[in-house]
Design a protein around this ligand. Structure first.
Ligand SMILES: Nc1ncnc2c1ncn2[C@@H]1O[C@H](COP(=O)(O)OP(=O)(O)O)[C@@H](O)[C@H]1O
Ligand SMILES: N[C@@H](CCC(=O)OP(=O)(O)O)C(=O)O
Length: 370
């Protein structure tokens, strides 16, 4: 048997891949994907699944319910649909002699390093014992303001958390197109490298069941690629898509986001995905903004800080804002806000954010870029 292209991957399966036109769960499609994941597993790969589809599955089960607001219907449908979804996965995997386990999570579970490492440990134990993790956002308790944009965002976090070499996002399109994929003159983009900006080609269109559309897939994919993780977007409805993408079958159309060759440490990956948990902000002067945005890794020193906003503890995440008001970076504070305020503009004190704990947003548009 040929060797798979990667040793460890996360596979995100969109709602549309798992749903038939009439809204019911497409068990044939699920079964085909489970077959392929079992094949990858027996070829020695570690596979984590992020599966959407709970809300869609619940909605098709409870047809006819009316008058619920959007939060209530999401809670109700996901409660019922998730039970149905995981049951199917469980039966399908056990039919292939494998166990799968359910991991339901929320954005808050990624907010502190302790919770983050706890979840990571759970999934490592599962993988070490040949149990396939099937992850989804816990929509029954996720509050609107603290929800993942969608499972594309969640899958990006998980792929970096688990140290995966690649993330495969399965949707109902073959990848990123140069325009609306339904227009006849749009073309599939086979490879997106670090110098290529395709964001202007992506419309807000999304499929009937999708939550975030291509825009969140693109955002997640470029971020992960910059952290050294390969990302592939492909059509989950194509026969043998996963085994093919892993080099065990004939080529299928897809878009590859080529990974950066610069390695990123585990803690930095966590920080990269922690912007939403920032407890405060620091405004930096021109010199500091230029130094931070230069290609040389630099710590943020108090001499470059003009203002400290919010109340934060040491080790909390804080945003870094340039003199034009752009968020250019975020990182783990080495001082609490009281001590940081007292040290504004000072020399000789510890860095406010050490470069090992600082993430520079590669999509930033700042006049202080070199
Ligand atoms: N440039 C583009 N290339 C591909 N798809 C695009 C593009 N712009 C918008 N889209 C839309 O993104 C959709 C996929 O996202 P989404 O509906 O969220 O799917 P999923 O349920 O798989 O997460 C496509 O069906 C398409 O309508
Ligand atoms: N947790 C939700 C996921 C919603 C979502 O992100 O859907 P999609 O855009 O199809 O990946 C569900 O299971 O229905």
């Amino acid at each position: 048997m040929p060797t798979p292209r990667f040793k460890s991957i996360a596979v995100k399966i969109g709602s549309n891949v798992l749903t038939r036109r009439d809204g019911t769960l497409d068990v044939t499609r699920m079964s085909a994907l489970v077959d392929q994941i079992a094949e990858l597993h027996s070829a020695g790969m570690r596979v984590v699944i992020v599966s959407s589809g709970a809300v869609a599955a619940g909605r098709s089960e409870l047809r006819g319910i009316q008058g619920l607001d959007s939060v209530s219907s999401r809670q109700l449908y996901s409660a019922v649909g998730q039970a149905k979804l995981i049951n199917r996965y469980y039966d399908l995997f056990s039919g292939r002699g494998l166990a799968c386990g359910q991991v339901l999570t929320t954005k808050e579970n990624f907010a502190t390093r302790r919770h983050y490492l706890n979840q990571k440990h759970c999934m490592e134990v599962m993988l070490d014992n040949d149990v396939i993790p099937v992850v989804n956002e816990n929509d029954t308790v996720s509050m609107t303001e603290l929800m993942f944009t969608d499972n594309d965002e969640l899958s990006g976090l998980l792929a970096t958390m688990m140290g995966c070499e690649a993330l495969v996002i399965l949707s109902n399109v073959d990848g990123v197109y140069t325009g609306d994929p339904t227009c006849h003159d749009s073309r599939l983009i086979p490879v997106i490298g670090s110098g290529f900006d395709a964001s202007g080609m992506i419309s807000e269109n999304r499929s009937s069941l999708g939550r975030g559309g291509m825009a969140t897939k693109y955002r997640t994919a470029t971020k992960l690629a910059s952290e050294g993780v390969a990302v592939i977007i492909a059509n989950g409805k194509r026969e043998g898509v996963l085994t093919s993408l892993m080099g065990l079958g004939p080529e299928v159309p897809h878009t590859l986001f080529s990974p950066s060759a610069t390695p990123v440490t585990g803690v930095k990956k966590w920080i990269a995905h922690s912007e939403d948990f920032a407890k405060g902000a620091v405004r930096v002067n021109r010199g500091a903004a230029e130094a931070l945005l230069s290609p040389v890794g630099t710590s943020l020193l108090m001499v470059g800080v003009d203002a400290v906003e919010g109340d934060f503890e040491k080790d909390d995440i804080v945003q870094v804002i340039d003199p034009e008001g752009n968020v250019i970076a975020w990182g783990r504070a080495g001082l609490d806000s009281v001590h940081a305020r007292a040290a504004i503009g000072g020399r000789g004190s510890r860095p406010l954010i050490h470069c090992d704990y600082l993430y520079i947003d590669s999509s930033v548009r700042s006049p202080f870029l070199p």
